[in-house]
Ligand binder design. Structure first.
Ligand code: FES
Ligand code: FES
Length: 196
C-alpha cells in the first residue's frame, strides 16, 4: 500500500464518526429536536453538543454515551467496556474529561459537551492532537483512538504532559489493546511541547 493510501485511511480513523455526525449537526446556536421513543418515563433534557442544542426526551437512567451514539448518531465516541475501565468513551464536559459511560445524560444538561466530532476546526482541518496521532503512528485498529485523543487534549490542558512518565500516569485510564502506547505518549508530548 502506498503512503498516500495509508494516510487517507488513517485520517478517516482520526475523524471517526465525522461522516455520521454530519447528519445531526446544525449551525451554532441552532436547535435539533430529536424524536422521542414515546416512553412514559422519559423526561425532557436539553444537551449542548459540539455547539448545537439538542432537545431530547430521555429516561433518567440513560447514559451520555448511549445518548450520543444511539440518539444523536455521534458514533465517534466508542463503547469499549461500558463500566468505566477502558476510556474509549471519553468526552469533555465544560472542558474536563469524563467517561460518558459513567455519566448520565441528564447530568450533562446545561454543560457544553465536546466529542471527537467537535474538535476539528470548522474548515475541516485536524485538531493538533489528531495530527500528532497521525504523525506519530499512534494507533493500530483505531478503536481506542477517539478516547485517547479526547483524553490527550485534556491531559495537556491540565498541565499533566510535561514528561513521558507524567503522560503515562495521567493517560492510564485509556487502554489500548493494540499496544500503541509509545506513539500515543509521543503524540501527546509533541502537542504539549508546541504549546498545545
Ligand atoms: S466504555 Fe466507558 S470506560 Fe470503557
Ligand atoms: S489502536 Fe487498537 S485498541 Fe488502541
Amino acid at each position: 500500500m502506498s503512503g498516500g493510501e495509508t494516510d487517507i485511511t488513517r485520517r478517516e480513523v482520526i475523524v471517526a464518526g465525522a461522516a455520521v455526525a454530519s447528519l445531526a449537526v446544525l449551525g451554532p446556536g441552532q436547535a435539533l429536536a430529536v424524536p422521542s421513543s414515546g416512553d412514559q418515563n422519559e423526561l425532557p433534557v436539553a444537551l449542548h453538543v459540539n455547539g448545537v442544542r439538542h432537545d431530547l426526551n430521555l429516561e433518567p437512567r440513560v447514559t451520555l454515551l448511549d445518548t450520543l451514539r444511539e440518539r444523536l448518531n455521534l458514533c465517534g465516541t466508542k463503547k469499549g467496556c461500558d463500566i468505566g475501565q477502558c476510556g474509549a468513551c471519553t468526552v469533555h464536559l465544560d472542558g474536563s474529561r469524563v467517561l460518558s459511560c459513567l455519566t448520565l445524560a441528564a447530568q450533562a444538561a446545561g454543560k457544553e459537551i465536546t466529542t471527537i466530532e467537535g474538535i476539528s476546526d470548522p474548515g475541516g482541518g485536524l485538531h493538533p492532537m489528531q495530527q500528532a496521532f497521525l504523525d506519530h503512528d499512534a494507533m493500530q485498529c483505531g478503536y481506542c483512538t477517539p478516547g485517547q485523543i479526547m483524553s490527550g487534549i485534556a491531559c495537556v490542558a491540565e498541565g499533566h504532559a510535561t514528561t513521558d512518565d507524567d503522560v503515562r500516569e495521567y493517560m492510564s485510564g485509556n487502554l489500548c489493546r493494540c499496544g500503541a502506547y509509545r506513539g500515543i505518549v509521543a503524540a501527546i508530548r509533541d502537542v504539549a511541547g508546541s504549546g498545545g
